[in-house]
Design a protein around this ligand. Sequence first.
Ligand code: NDP
Length: 376
Amino acid sequence: MFSSESHMDLGCPVHGLIPSWNSAALLAGFFAYLAIAGSVVPGKLIAGVVLPDKSRLRYRCNGLLSLLLLVALLGIGAKMGFVSPTAISERGLELLSTTFIFSFLVALILYFSGCKSQSKSSSLKPHISGNLIHDWWFGIQLNPQVMGIDLKFFFVRAGMMGWLLINLSVLAKSIQDDTLSQSMILFQLFCGIYILDYFVHEEYMTSTWDIIAERLGFMLVFGDLVWIPFTFSIQGWWLLRNKVELTTAAIVANCFVFLIGYMVFRGANKQKHEFKKNPKAPIWGKPPIVIGGKLLASGYWGVARHCNYLGDLLLALSFSLPCGISSPVPYFYPIYLLILLIWRERRDEARCAEKYKEIWAEYRRTVPWRILPYVY
Ligand code: NDP
């Protein structure tokens, strides 16, 4: 029933991992499209937050249009027989290893260009610890640019789009193999909405931790290009090989988890974004509670200090629930995200405590919960 070509299964032979010129060409085509579309497709120009050196970068937020155009072009290409909709799902591991090698090389180039730009007077001062492995892993430059393209913004966009393309190819494979199930439809629907929503609100990305605080090294390049698309799609690969019977109650409960997660995730991020633009804007219909003129302490930000993480975790859970509970494999993403967000919350807390000092201490007293009220 399942084609031996479906390489992203866990019992597959290691030879599936050997990179090929085909996968390198697919990857190169994808990046070339993103670079061209990123510069020519119309989109709002958003000024990023003020960086430590007081400069501000500009981001062209045309991700949604670029993505829809790409999917339309691929759809037309598939109809005309130029591209195979299952091309990605048939080369999962090959693409994974090729992307991994690419990320490794990009991080090396970033390391050397970071060292070089230290000697020049750069507007964004590179941060070198002197330890090669450390600097290669965490990165040296905060916002490296190539031909006017902000690499950090570019890579995260590539990762999110890659995730959708992998999912769509897995969907095409399940249709081709005649294994399309309710579980696959739910998984595709939830992830599809999440990814499209990400691009609808792409401008919010410009004020996130990754963009404003994390340097670009192997950790982030690998996270964006390999980790996001390949591990977040594990449920889809798993459903290609496993059949799940869902009861109506399970489907309803699954939709409920998704909707609550979406409401909290999007609502919290939106409230913070709007608060930063206009600190007087009403929150849930009331004037906002503001600490020290800088920190929002009402709405979702009055429920827990990182309520947005709670919403994201519920969403991650909703992507896995369609796979039932017979195996822990499809729960890789929510478990990983739980660990990542707990770690990130601690780092963000330390950053904010240093930046906001007494104001942050007061916020902590006002809103004692980190992510989940009464639990954590
Ligand atoms: P946040 O969007 O929560 O940003 C944290 C920053 O917001 C702080 O450093 C501070 O920055 C500001 N801030 C914090 N509290 C307040 C407050 N009460 N009022 C005003 N400003 C405040 O974190 P992330 O960038 O980590 O996450 C953004 C989204 O991305 C989240 O929803 C998260 O779940 C998601 N995400 C998803 C991942 C995935 O793999 N699926 C991975 C990582 C994140 P400032 O100095 O500007 O005030």
